[in-house]
Ligand binder design. Structure first.
Ligand code: BGC
Length: 721
């Protein structure tokens, strides 16, 4: 929301700025690496390619390397923002140059990817989404903001709200899964948690919603790949999550790398101006993805860097992340009349507005090394990371082995069970090696005896095996697409070896994405999907395994039975003319089921729930539905009651089910609760063939229950008001 006083101050500055200074404000610099190793960047990459060093070693060398922040450019007013300055001292030093040594004294804004915690790494977003808990999502965002701002960060490139229906795509790890509503609610909670309602607070962090739009629909799950879909599908399944996060007040938006039906998002006026500004009224700033403006040349839509800058600016891009195209070409583009001064001024305004809103002009030094030191990894932060991990891990199978009985002798297998640093997951830039706690640490803390299972030695004499399998952190995230979602051959061999011993097996899966867990289901008596749980991985896993905490997480994406099911695995698939059945000529595979191994919304606990007495009726605002849920077991638990609907006859083919709402309810043993949902009329609207937003009169089916497969149904004869 524009503030008149701020707009006046922006105008005052604009009146005094040269064209070069305006171009400088549009430029985000990533600095460059110097002197830390005796190799060029290209040589380093060659070493990774030919296997002389691992990608992780290269990453470590890069992150340990010294940065050249191009202070001379900063002094000359050629840099408006930095990417990835870490540390209060370094940020204050650079801010000092911006404020004291540039002609106009405009402060810098420093952006960093704070994706799931900063120093205190919390579960990856895909994991945390499985908590179905907006309050938790907001609290962990607040904690991330407290730590990141103490380290000199002003803006995070989060939340990522890309609906992700294809687990081959490595960035599914950064999303809240396959559903639009969940991604939207997740994004909204994160924005609130990061920003608070007062951006001038020292611990308020500006949120940047990304990647606008539909990056998660990259064809084949291959990162950076094309996205091509009908406008109806785009509006109904992909756009709503961005809209919700933007309308929650996020002050920045990042267009995606991909093209959308042939137009790269970085130069996509329909997205950056028509939808974002005109339709949604967004008045924050847009910032490109890293180097994305220059990459429009590779897309084959821009002739050269100048052309790319022209197209991006005219489409509505404000800040250029690290490509330098704006810095190099804005002046000549404006002088040649190819970009209007009005458009340039608008971009500068959007950037200055955020700097004013954050209070950077009046209060540019927001932290100190002492504050930074005190903010990190506090006991309260560790406690919250542990709570988040407990609530994120999904119990998939339990043949009565869990909770583990006391005094069992454990055989601990799988290298991930001993690994602290793999627990943090992808995009954990603030994490420091050694901060994490492994399963082994968890057992030690509980005083539970174990013996390590070694590949080359006979199996230990134990009562139960606890076996960790799955992905390491570099196997998901950006540029980490996979063509196979199978467990590795060595993981499968290990599981089989343990099973053949005849002893019971608990398998814990670490992963940044859904994997095909068939072999783990076969070999293990109990199976916990732990994802990448963050610094408190081990203690939280033990809390669940020994039953101190009752598992309550539910999948926000189905888990595949076979990789070939992707990308049609998702629960809200539209209906076909020949639904899968026993008859040959139906929509199915010869060698795999069409349904996931574990459905959307699924998760077990140590108690059981029974649903009854569903009712649903139309109200003036939509449909009101109710159901009774009863805890029929002997332990207290949290159940996620899920509300889906289906429009069985419509003017365009509609999804089999659509999640409309959910509520997490706490139930004591024997306790029942009546859970009510109000689904607004707007939820039933969709686009017809001519892109008119329409709603049908007729039956709407309401499906309520504990996962998308197990629901009770009530029909409403719905009349559109
Ligand atoms: C990613 C963005 C991220 C940016 C800055 C890009 O490669 O796609 O999500 O915010 O880098 O680190």
């Amino acid at each position: 929301m524009k503030h008149p006083e701020i707009e006046k101050r922006i105008q005052d500055l604009l009146d005094r700025m040269t064209l070069e200074e305006k171009a400088g404000q549009l430029n985000q610099s990533g600095g460059s690496l110097v002197g830390a190793f005796d190799l060029s960047f290209e040589e380093l990459m060659t070493m990774v390619q030919d296997g002389r060093i691992t990608e992780e070693e290269a990453h470590k060398m890069l992150s340990d390397a010294k940065h050249d922040w191009h202070e001379d450019d900063l002094r000359a007013g050629r840099i408006g923002s930095y990417l990835n300055v870490i540390g209060a001292e370094e940020m204050n030093r650079l801010q000092h140059i911006a404020v004291e040594e540039t002609r106009l004294g405009i402060p810098l804004i420093n952006g960093f990817d704070v994706i799931h915690g900063f120093r205190t790494a919390t579960p990856i977003p895909l994991a945390e989404s499985c908590a179905w808990d907006t309050d938790l999502w907001q609290r962990t965002a607040r904690m991330s903001a407290e730590e990141a701002t103490a380290a000199g960060v002003h803006m995070t490139f989060s939340p990522m709200v890309d609906v992700s229906k294809d687990p081959r795509w490595g960035r599914i790890a950064e999303s809240a899964g396959e559903d639009a509503l969940l991604n939207g609610l997740y994004g909204e909670a994160k924005v609130r948690g990061y920003q608070t309602d007062d951006l001038t607070r020292h611990d308020a962090l500006a949120a940047c919603v990304k990647h606008f739009a539909a990056y998660g629909a990259a064809e084949g799950g291959r990162d950076y790949n094309r996205v091509d879909m009908s406008p109806q599908r785009f509006e109904e399944e992909y756009l709503p999550s961005y809209e919700r996060a933007v309308k929650a007040g996020a002050r920045a938006v990042m267009p995606a790398f991909n093209d959308l039906s042939g137009v790269p998002c970085s130069v996509n006026k329909k997205l950056l101006t028509d939808i974002l500004r005109t339709r949604w009224g967004f008045d924050g700033m847009t910032i490109s993805d890293a180097n994305a403006i220059a990459e429009c040349i590779n897309h084959g839509i821009a002739a050269d860097r100048r052309d790319a800058a022209r197209q991006a600016l005219n489409a509505g891009m404000d800040m250029d992340m690290t490509s330098g195209c704006f810095l190099d070409h804005v002046k000549e583009l404006v002088e040649a009349g190819e970009v209007s001064m009005d458009r340039l001024d608008e971009a500068v305004r959007n950037i200055l507005r955020l700097k004013f809103e954050l209070g950077l002009f009046d209060d540019p030094y927001r932290s100190s090394p002492e504050q930074e030191q005190a903010a990190m990894l506090t006991p309260a932060h560790r406690a919250l990371a542990r709570e988040a991990a407990q609530k994120s891990m999904v119990l998939l199978k339990n043949d009565g082995l869990l909770p583990l009985k006391a005094d069992l002798r454990i055989g601990l297998a799988g290298s991930l069970a001993f690994d602290r640093d793999e627990m943090s997951g992808t995009w954990s830039g603030g994490y420091r090696d050694g901060d994490g706690r492994s399963i082994q640490d968890g057992l030690d803390a509980e005083g539970i005896a174990y013996q390590a299972v070694r590949e080359d030695q006979p199996l230990p004499d134990c009562d139960v095996f606890l076996c960790a399998v799955g992905e390491r952190k570099a196997e998901s995230g950006e540029a980490a697409s996979r063509a196979s979602l199978d467990l590795t051959a060595s993981d499968i061999a290990l599981l089989k070896r343990l099973k053949e011993s005849g002893k019971p097996v608990v398998a814990v899966v670490f992963a940044g994405r859904p994997l095909c867990l068939g072999p783990a289901v076969e070999c293990a008596d109990a199976l916990l999907m732990a994802w990448h749980p963050g610094v408190e991985a081990g203690p939280a896993i033990l809390d669940l395994l020994i039953g101190r905490v009752n598992p309550s997480a539910r999948l926000t994406t189905g888990l595949p039975a076979a990789t070939g099911q992707c990308p049609t695995l998702y629960y809200d698939h539209i209906r076909t003319g020949r639904p899968a059945g026993v008859f040959k000529y139906t929509s199915k595979y010869l060698d795999a089921p069409v349904t996931p191994l574990f459905p959307f919304g699924f998760g077990l606990s140590y108690t059981s729930y029974r649903y009854s007495d569903i009712s649903a009726a139309q109200t003036s605002d939509g449909i009101h539905a109710e159901i009774t849920v009863r805890n029929t077991g002997d332990r207290a638990g949290d159940e996620v009651v899920q509300c889906y609907f289906r429009d069985p006859v419509a003017r365009r083919v509609r999804p089999m089910r659509k999640l409309a709402a959910f509520e997490k309810v706490a139930l004591q043993p024997g306790e029942s609760k009546r859970v009510a949902f109000d689904i607004p009329n707007a939820a039933f609207a969709y686009y017809d063939q001519e892109m008119n937003l329409v709603t049908d009169d007729g039956v709407i089916e309401i499906h309520l229950g504990g996962n998308v497969r197990d629901t009770l149904q009530a029909d409403v004869d719905y009349r559109h008001p």
